[in-house]
Ligand binder design. Structure first.
Ligand code: GRG
Length: 316
């Protein structure tokens, strides 16, 4: 586990640095049009929610997927990893989704990643717009950075299509979550199928895209991309179950966000349907299935399996 933590920390550090560099570019010539139009407060708010924050699971998944496809047992420098454009773009969308998720009209949270939520630090309008910008900008980044990495336009356009599909799916999942929280879905409809669909969209879509698009950009064929998508969806479901368990069992200090919120906000969760121990067992079963999925490829899957184990053993 220590080795896993060290390896993940190394990936996270390089992703943190790459994101800082990318945000610097926003205020330089590459994105000069953006800088001249946007308020500095908006760009500050964007930086606040992107820099040095979070576990970076999605970009790590992208990077190690591409390494597996490229046959590299070493950790590649980000400038040599063809999945870097999608890794960074996906993390930016994820950061934007967290800003929106915390807004008063959604989960109404004041703490995220151990600090004040974006709308608490800035204001609601700025937070809303920072989230919006983190929805549009990543597609542009994927396309322009992808071109700089020499990725051909066919793969790039397919990647952009899959990326926007995943973002749409995430938004629909969030809408379903709101319907449940606000009692627009009730009674027998509050079942495992509804919960699985919601989480497949809300959490699974972006993780699925992180792996599938990375495989695509690294040159994998359709079958291999599909396997990576299936793998990441199982991983995503297990990740969400672990999240539900942590919300019920961990503390605000450890998670850096308010806990026990699921119960208070009438959320439909795996813990609510199954209880803590059965939810844990289900997550472990999904990780076994995810590993079986990835072993169908002839690739070296060590790091992907390591990430899969981490997803359910993590403490935050
Ligand atoms: C504007 C892009 C945009 C989206 C609007 C609000 C919304 C639609 C979607 C919310 C989706 C959401 C919050 C899903 C939850 C996913 C999840 C499990 C988040 C926690 O992920 P971690 O643990 O967080 O990877 P860190 O902080 O480590 O990055």
């Amino acid at each position: 586990m220590l080795e896993t933590k060290t390896l993940l920390a190394e990936y996270k550090n390089s992703i943190d640095q790459a994101l800082r560099d990318l945000l610097d570019k926003l205020t330089e010539s590459d994105y000069a049009d953006l800088q001249s139009r946007a308020s500095l407060r908006l760009l500050d708010a964007l930086r606040y929610s992107v820099e040095d924050a979070g576990k970076r699971i999605r970009p790590i998944l992208s990077l190690i997927t591409a390494e597996a496809v490229l046959g590299s047992s070493q950790r590649l420098d980000l400038k040599d990893n063809l999945a870097t454009p999608i890794a960074l773009a996906i993390e930016l969308v994820h950061c934007g989704s967290l800003i929106h998720d915390d807004l008063p009209c959604m989960d109404n949270d004041d703490l995220r990643r151990g600090k004040a939520t974006n709308h608490r630090k800035f204001d609601e309008a700025t937070a809303l717009l920072a989230g919006d910008l983190l929805l549009a900008l990543p597609v542009r980044i994927l396309l322009s950075e992808g071109r700089d990495y020499g990725i051909d336009s066919w793969r790039l356009s397919r990647a952009a299509l899959k990326f926007t599909e995943a973002i749409s799916s995430m938004i629909c999942g969030q809408a379903l979550d709101m319907d449940i929280s606000l009692n627009r879905i009730q009674g027998e409809d509050l079942n495992i199928d509804t919960l699985t669909l919601m989480q497949r969209c809300k959490t699974g879509a972006l993780l699925g895209a992180a792996a599938e698009i990375a495989a695509l950009l690294a040159g994998a064929d359709e079958d291999c991309c599909r396997i990576f998508n299936n793998f990441a969806h199982k991983l995503g479901l297990a990740f969400q179950i672990a999240d539900d368990v942590l919300d019920a069992t961990s503390s605000t200090e450890v998670l850096g966000k308010n806990t026990q919120k699921d119960l208070g906000q009438n959320k439909l969760t795996f813990v609510k349907l199954y209880g803590i121990e059965s939810a844990r067992a289900l997550a472990a079963e999904l990780i076994i299935e995810a590993k079986q999925e990835i072993r169908q490829t002839s690739l070296s899957t060590d790091k992907l399996e390591m990430l899969a184990d981490y997803v359910i053993s993590r403490s935050y």
